[in-house]
Every structure is written in structure tokens, then in C-alpha cells.
Design a protein around this ligand. Sequence first.
Ligand code: G3P
Ligand code: CA
Length: 280
Amino acid sequence: VVMPMIGKAQFSYDLQGHRGARGLMPENTIPAMIKALDLGVTTLELDLAVTKDGEIIVSHEPYMNPLICLTPEGEEISEGDKSHNIYQMTFVEMKQYDAGSKFHSGFPLQVKFHVTKPKLKDLFEVVEKYVTDHDLPLPNYNIEIKSSPNGDGTYHPVPEEFSDMVYELIDSNMTWDRVNIQSFDFRVLKYIHQKYPNVTLAMLVTDPTKFQSQLDELGFQPKIYSPYFVALTKEAVGELHQKGMKIVPWTVNTTEQMQDLLDMGVDGIITDFPNLAPKQ
Ligand code: G3P
Ligand code: CA
């Protein structure tokens, strides 16, 4: 049992629990979010998918990932099989799948138990009640719209529809000062920037050495630049800061790597292991 520091932030930077606390609990589930909160994260990072009947759920893949999920019959799904498509099943059908019992070789410390993918709406409700009941600080939410041209209309709605749906759900269930939307899909970022200019956006990229051409391609400057951490340099952090952006790299899973990035001046860290984050 982790004893949280009641009502007091433990971290001077934005510590983000990736998919909740994926290193320790089944990813993108409510128990993973609760675990991250117990470990003192300031932000919950999560990914979205959509069911056939229009429910916005929390899932990294828009299908039942064979690495993680078991069928309604409790059977394994073959490697590479993407046919258990969440966008082609109803929410009730989706809830038959177990997203927590299967051993994950990439994260052997994950506690294993039966759990299903939640609606974003329910996740908000449970998390908000939990922090209130436990006198914890209110978390922020870093919410990823997972779309790509390959999946348009098959694995998820087209980006405009997906973005509108997510906007409406958040607008009705959370306050925007505690939310940012992130995406690798520049179509999503451009659309939201134009239609909902007050929403805080984070651009996800894999190569931070190319930040200038990425910003040129996007055509505007988002509040947050969120790169894969490996090629990030102190110089790039300095230049991005000069432009007025925050830098929040992902997915950083050792204390040493997190410390190196904090020493470069990043504003936040996204990690599967918030338990390993430097206390500062
Ligand atoms: O938020 C950054 C990170 O989550 C992006 O990678 O694939 O884990 O969603 P991914
Ligand atoms: Ca993500």
C-alpha cells in the first residue's frame, strides 16, 4: 500500500502516468489510473477509441490487442490479429473482453486481474470521486486522440468527427483547464486548433531533432511539444522554450533517464513507472 502525501504535490514538474501506470497495472484501466494517483502523478495520460454505438472508451489500440486482451470466451487472440475491431462492436460487446488478466511480457510487474476497458466518462467520474475521498490534488488529463489515415472510417471515425465527439464529451464532463488533447495526427491538431481554439494541444512526434519542420508542417504553435525522449537535447529544449512551448517527453522508464531529462529542463515526464520518478 502506497501512502500518498495527503493533499500535497510531491513533484515540482508535471509527472504523467502513461496509460495510468502501465508498468504496474493493466494499461488504460481505472485501476491503472488509481495506482498512478496513489503514486502522486500530476497528470493521467490515456488514449481513446470509439465503439460502433459511439461510446468513447479508453484504449491504445482501436482493436483488442492480442498482447493484452482475452476474448469473451477467455481465449487468446493470435498475434497480429486486428479483427476484434472496437469501432465495429457495440460497447456491450466490447465489455465482454478481458483487458487485464493476460501476462504482459513487456511489463511483468503488472498486477493481473479481470478488468475491462472503461468509458472516458466513467473514468472521469471514478477518478474525481477517488481524489475527493482521499484528499488528493485534482489531476490533469493528457488525452490522446488515436487516429491515423489508415484507420479512417474502419477503426475510428474520421478525424473531424472523432475530434468533435471527444470535445463534446470532455466539455460536458470535465473542465478544460485540467485537460489537454494530444495527437500524432496533425489533422486532429489542426482541426481542433481551428474549431476549438481554447483547447490546450500537445503535438506528439517521434523525432525531436526535426522540431522546426514539424512546427512548419503543423502551421501553428501548440502549447506543448511532446517528443519521444531519446534524441531530445538540452539545446532543443532551450529553443522550444524560447518559442514559449512546454516540453513533455515520453515514455521514460528509468530514474536515470528521467533525471537526465529534468536536468535538460523539460517541463514534464510521461512514464509507465511513476514509482521511479525523481522526487523533486
Ligand atoms: O503521450 C505520449 C505517448 O503516449 C505516445 O505514445 O504510443 O504510448 O500512445 P503511445
Ligand atoms: Ca498515448
